[in-house]
Design a protein around this ligand. Structure first.
Ligand SMILES: Cc1cc2nc3c(=O)[nH]c(=O)nc-3n(C[C@H](O)[C@H](O)[C@H](O)COP(=O)(O)OP(=O)(O)OC[C@H]3O[C@@H](n4cnc5c(N)ncnc54)[C@H](O)[C@@H]3O)c2cc1C
Length: 365
């Protein structure tokens, strides 16, 4: 049976949920006519370290969402670069959540704002029919005036309606290492020592709680997606101290400002559009994409113009777009041939390190 909708959001991760919540705040009547679909039944797992930078917490407050799920507070940052270990005290520089719980919390907030959510509904195809978008889903065809692609790195909405280009992708692998309760750390670790050997990325350890028990979430991030399997496996083994634990890998689509993030009737948000190339942080950007998309949708529906001709420019010129562009530049520099030189420069000044960390975290300084 064919159904008809004003707006459909495909994906109920942070980007889709933030779009829905922000929309309910700026255009409640439109939000009340909006449908959010996700192929998963929540709570569902998402391969992610779950680190929330302070800016993420500020955006959650702007969205009126309270962080009610278990979170480990990080007060110290440890960074290893070739030849040096840098320890920085930085109270509250990160909070580590589990995405299973965090995303379910956000989706509950979406429902609380009166947006209809349907879980376990996969979008299998998307096409245009005149000025409508037709979604082929598990619950039949849905015709929509506009669609938001919040369906992650492999976005079907993007591939079907915006661009077939694969874009710039990173890969990250991770596992969770149980630790004794009295060893529960309050620091996170970033390890760039493999960069001079050719890793275009880093290894991490984040403290986290799984079912109330302390763990290290350890992982490796790499800009090079292919031919890196053996190196990533070895680095992950080192982080996990050789323990045989279930591993999970997932791509992260990275922001490249010149790529299209919209088409008539379609907006992309979060990983579907592209996030931070330097560290692969995507939650704060997904929430900000949601806020920008909600404003664009509210204006477009109010004006009866759903071409969204200004969305890409709005994203590029926003504080978020400028930050993403700088992170892309930094990633090319730090992980490129001149990377070791950049790391040497970054090691020189403690003040520059703290300024850089505050800028990254979105903390006033
Ligand atoms: C190993 C790893 C570690 C990471 N660590 C961090 C970190 O510590 N901090 C951080 O900020 N970021 C981190 N990231 C990045 C972060 O996970 C992503 O940027 C973030 O999840 C993007 O959110 P999203 O809502 O755009 O997409 P997603 O979270 O991927 O959500 C997309 C949703 O769309 C649904 N969906 C997909 N296709 C369809 C379909 N066809 N029909 C219906 N539903 C569909 C999916 O079920 C999913 O719920 C990490 C990523 C990886 C891979």
């Amino acid at each position: 049976m064919e159904q008809s909708r004003g707006l459909v959001i495909v994906g109920g991760g942070p980007a889709g949920s933030a779009t829905a919540i922000a929309l309910a705040r700026v255009a409640p009547a439109l939000a009340a006519r909006t449908l959010l679909l996700d192929r998963a039944a929540f709570p569902r797992d998402k391969t992610c370290a779950g680190g929330l930078i302070p800016q993420t917490l500020s955006i959650l407050r702007e969205l009126g969402v309270e962080l009610t799920v278990p979170a480990v507070r990080v007060d110290h940052a440890r960074v290893d670069v070739a030849g040096e270990r840098i320890d920085v005290d930085s109270p509250g520089c990160c909070w580590v959540i589990r995405r299973r719980e965090f995303d379910a919390m956000l989706l509950e907030a979406v429902r609380g704002h009166g947006v209809e959510v349907r879980e376990s509904v996969r979008v299998r195809g998307a096409r245009r029919d005149g000025d409508r978008i037709v979604l082929d889903t598990d619950c039949g065809e849905i015709r929509a005036r506009a669609v938001v692609g919040a369906d992650g790195s492999g976005s079907l909405v993007r591939r079907s309606l915006v661009t077939a280009a694969e874009g710039w992708l990173a890969r990250a692998v991770m596992c969770d290492v149980p630790i004794a309760a009295d060893e529960a750390p309050s620091r996170f670790e970033f390890d760039f020592r493999a960069v001079p050997e050719g890793l275009a990325g880093y290894a991490w350890s984040f403290p986290c709680l799984i079912d109330g028990r302390p763990h290290w979430n350890v992982g490796v991030y790499s800009l090079a997606r292919r031919g890196e399997g053996a190196r990533l496996g070895r680095l992950l083994d080192e982080r996990a101290q050789g323990r045989e634990l279930p591993r999970k890998a997932h791509p992260i689509r990275l922001y490249r400002g010149r790529e299209a993030m919209s088409a008539p009737g379609v907006l992309l948000v979060g990983d579907a559009a592209g996030v931070d190339a330097l560290l692969g942080e995507g939650i704060s950007f997904s929430l900000q994409f949601g806020q920008l998309a909600a404003r664009t949708l509210a204006e477009g529906f109010a004006a009866g113009d759903l071409r969204f001709a200004n969305y890409d420019r709005t994203v590029r010129r926003s504080a978020m777009g400028r930050k993403l562009r700088r992170l892309g530049f930094a990633a090319r520099m730090m992980y490129g041939p001149a990377g070791p030189l950049w790391f040497r420069v970054a090691r020189l000044s403690r003040r520059a390190q703290i300024t850089g960390m505050n800028w990254y975290n979105g903390v006033a300084h």
